[in-house]
Write a protein that binds this ligand. Sequence first.
Ligand code: AMP
Length: 543
Amino acid sequence: MLGLMQDWPLLCHRIIDHAAINYGQRPVISRSIEGPMHHTNYAEVRTRALRIAKRLERDGIKLGDRVATLAWNTWRHLESWYGILGIGAIYHTVNPRLFPEQIVWIINHAQDRMIMTDLTFVPLLEKIADKLPTIERTIVLTDGAHMPATTLRNAVPYEDWLAEADGDFAWKSFDENTAAGMCYTSGTTGHPKGVVYSHRSNVLHSFMALQSFRITSRDTTLPVVPLFHANAWGLVFTSPMIGGALVLPGARLDGASVYELLTEYKVTCSAAVPTIWLMLLQHLEKTGGRLPDLRQVLIGGSACPRAMIKTFQDKYGVDVIHGWGMTEMSPLGTTSDLKAEFASLQGEALLDVKQKQGHTQFGVEMKITDDAGRTLPWDGKTFGRLKVRGPAVAGAYYRDETDLLDEDGFFDTGDVATIDRHGYMQITDRSKDVIKSGGEWISSIDVENLAVGHPKVAEAAVIGVAHPKWAERPLLVVVLKEGQTATKEEMLGFLEGKIAKWWMPDDVVFVTAIPHTATGKIQKTTLREQFTDYVLPTAVAAE
Ligand code: AMP
């Protein structure tokens, strides 16, 4: 027997309808690419999104067509998303930090028909435009006054283009499993892989996210994390869904600019990768700034160092929610949100829990397995391949035949993790970054997390370097804070007693910068290449 409830497809544009009706005046504030701050609200975002939908139709864009966006987080990007979604076209966020050849590959693979770009990326697009045969038209997200002279095909300033349509339009309705958006993961091997979100998965993810990133209509949220990094972690759906105000940072993500937004607009919640927070904390240290309004920050994308959680909590009174996820998971998988049994923890014991990537929300199931696919125990010690399933987890990549799921429908995340008996997962590594020393595994992330706790250290990475006896041994690569000096002995002394002896790095090198990927993660592949010929002092001794 089937249920007898209404068929009300979970469509993303219903979220902006809800926001406009219930929270129409809640602000959406952006730092524009042109410079000045821009103020709008959910009612206006919806009105303009309807005009975009109508205008897109006039350009022949229809259900299933891909519209690329190469843009920062601004109101124009936001309203374009809802306009695209409202006719069943597919937003395709392209990460501008990728290499131009990767951008070309991605746009061609997705067969995007139109591209909406910020002024920032016009020169980049001009260089690759002749390699993008599917792009029929370029919309530059600006007004006529700021429109640059450009060689781009059919380029038009967004505001002029939009002015050609009124808002007399009704959203289209279709199956909730219709594709809504695309985002390519920047795979370190092979070509990028296209993840295709559906309306249903986006809406469900939005509900799911609220379980641990608890925002209400009284909050003002600053998603520093870009829309092109896994849907800005869903916050452009979650915030309008509950009527929270949005502050969008545009192109300026440095410490001073983020601080200005946090204080000027009394931001209560924010989300970004650790690198962004590092820049903010350095700015605060330099200027003595405070964060009186900020209540919680969601930190993920790569492991959040323990020292960062402590500084936010103890020095600035900000609650850190450490989150783990990936593009393939829409992206939220787990958060370090405190279960009831941990609610009264304090000090180091509290940090022990918060530092973990945490437990799943309803809507994600996880397991760890060995290489043969056998399920491993949740004892907090055993490492295994982390696998997940759920309604907002990828089942396949776009135009790719690879079978992604095991026989129980779980997706292999490529991460290695432990899970404790409380269900708190801790990432120990990417499976390809784990250091294999004498047949045992060393977690590079654990050692990195400890090293960045040293007061002189700005950033640290640990990689495996060839060793004649042990196959690989860890090398600690350190970037010191501005004006600091330190020695190898000082670094190793700091780690001593905090990790197993055989996990201790065999050497320490100081560098001025550590390479990052397009989504702000430490680029271990490049770092390993940089140090392929590095001879560890212990390697010499062993020979
Ligand atoms: P992306 O799809 O670019 O968001 O990358 C997803 C990958 O980032 C995951 O598979 C992890 O390897 C890594 N990652 C994300 N969040 C965390 C975290 N909190 N701690 C450690 N690694 C993380």
